[in-house]
Design a binder for this molecule. Structure first.
Ligand SMILES: Cc1cc2nc3c(=O)[nH]c(=O)nc-3n(C[C@H](O)[C@H](O)[C@H](O)COP(=O)(O)O)c2cc1C
Length: 149
C-alpha cells in the first residue's frame, strides 16, 4: 500500500478537519501511510505531492467556493503542471463541509477533475450530518488506500 496525503482547509469549527481525520483513519486501517496537511497551517509543497501515490482534498464552503488556501493549492498545481512536473493523474478522494449551502462541491470537483482521477463519490458534511459524513469518509479512505499503490 502506498502513501496518501490528505489536504484540507479547516479554520472555523473544525468540521472539515473532523472528516479529514475520518478519511485518514480509513486509509491507515487499509494499510496506507497517511500524512495530513491543513492548508490553513501550511502550504502544500511540490515535494509533498510528488511523494504521494494518492491524495484526498477537502474544503469548507466559503461563499459557495473552495477556501482560499485550497484555491492556492490548485493554482500551484497549474504552475507545476506547466513546468512539466509529474503531478497529474493520481487517484483523489474529495470531501467538503458547509453551513447549509454546499455549492463548493462544483468548484472542488471542477478543479480536481483537471488534475486527478476521482475515487468514489464526493462526501458532503452538512450542519446536521456529521456522523454520516464521518462514516462515508472512513469508507472513502479505505477505498482510496486500495488505489494508492
Ligand atoms: C468566511 C466563511 C464563509 C462561509 N461561507 C459559507 C457559504 O457560503 N455557504 C455555507 O453553506 N457555509 C458557509 N460558511 C460556513 C462553513 O462552510 C462551515 O461552517 C464549515 O463547516 C466550516 O469548516 P471548518 O470548521 O472546517 O473551518 C462560511 C464560513 C466562513 C468562515
Amino acid at each position: 500500500m502506498g502513501k496518501i496525503i490528505v489536504i484540507y482547509h479547516s479554520q472555523h469549527l473544525g468540521n472539515t478537519k473532523e472528516i479529514a481525520e475520518a478519511l485518514a483513519d480509513g486509509a491507515r486501517e487499509a494499510g496506507a501511510d497517511v500524512e495530513k496537511i491543513n492548508t490553513n497551517e501550511r502550504r502544500v509543497t511540490l515535494d509533498d505531492l510528488m511523494n504521494a501515490d494518492a491524495v484526498a482534498i477537502g474544503s469548507p464552503d466559503y461563499y459557495g467556493y473552495v477556501a482560499g488556501t485550497i484555491k492556492t493549492f490548485f493554482d500551484d498545481l497549474y504552475l507545476w503542471d506547466q513546468a512539466g512536473k509529474a503531478v497529474t493523474g493520481k487517484p483523489a478522494a474529495l470531501f467538503y463541509s458547509h453551513g447549509g449551502g454546499g455549492t463548493v462541491k462544483q468548484s472542488l470537483e471542477k478543479f480536481a477533475s483537471r488534475y486527478f482521477k476521482q475515487v468514489g463519490e464526493t462526501v458532503e458534511r452538512g450542519p446536521s450530518d456529521a456522523g454520516e459524513a464521518k462514516k462515508k469518509c472512513l469508507a472513502l479512505g479505505r477505498e482510496l488506500a486500495q488505489k494508492a499503490v
